[in-house]
Design a binder for this molecule. Sequence first.
Ligand code: FE2
Ligand code: FE2
Length: 271
Amino acid sequence: MGRWTLDKIPWDCFDRSKLDPEIVRIVKAAGLVEYNGGAYAHHLCRIFHDDPDFQENARHWGEEEIQHGKALGRWAELADPEFDFEAAFARFQAGYQVDFDCGISRRGTRAGEMVARCMVEVGTSSYYTALHDAAREPVLKEICRNIAADEIRHYKLFYNYLARCLERESLGFWGRLRVAARRIAESEDDELAYAYYAANETARPYGRRRCSRSYARRALALYRRHHVAHGVALIFKAVGLNPHGGLSHAASRFAWWLIRCRATRLAKAPA
Ligand SMILES: [Fe+2]
Ligand SMILES: [Fe+2]
């Protein structure tokens, strides 16, 4: 299990007067995706079928992701007493289906799989840091502080295995960059959009574009320049570039500009 537990969260400090309903909606969705972590841990164990050391770490990682889901789900049920986390998770699992039993990485190599995992952990560590900074409700702040610390450890775990994989597989800079770019682009795919739908919008039929935009509009509003700079530095490190050089700073400025443009466009779009 993780270094913190649900019992360590100060649930008694929950303060309804500091809730932001927009944040409640995205926390519900994030909780569902996190709670599904065990399925991806199983997939990683299938990919690394002959590596018991990695499998042990992957199972531990999966347990920590599930704990993230439980903490966010319990908080969401406090924030919205009508929300049923387990029922929403059942809807999410029924509608979002991926072959987690497949033993072949869709990234082509184990090194590629590790680059993709690093990208996910970059995204989540930045996201929970931004959510921690934006939230006013004290219990959510504490949950996000714990989760963000876990996510950065997860990045380091997969980064270390990436280095090990690269001793046996050849995946050059361009290959790593391609996997990283694809995985970042996939953050717009069905997973978060469907989680947003399963948690918030069951009264009408699922629309991927609508739900993806609804989630992104609320999530992108949380970010500040330093969250993006930190994320870009971690991405640079994973693909083999200097995380603190001039190119990283230029990429960070560009990424921040892109995020601001998208956030502004989404804010003007109909809800
Ligand atoms: Fe997580
Ligand atoms: Fe993680």
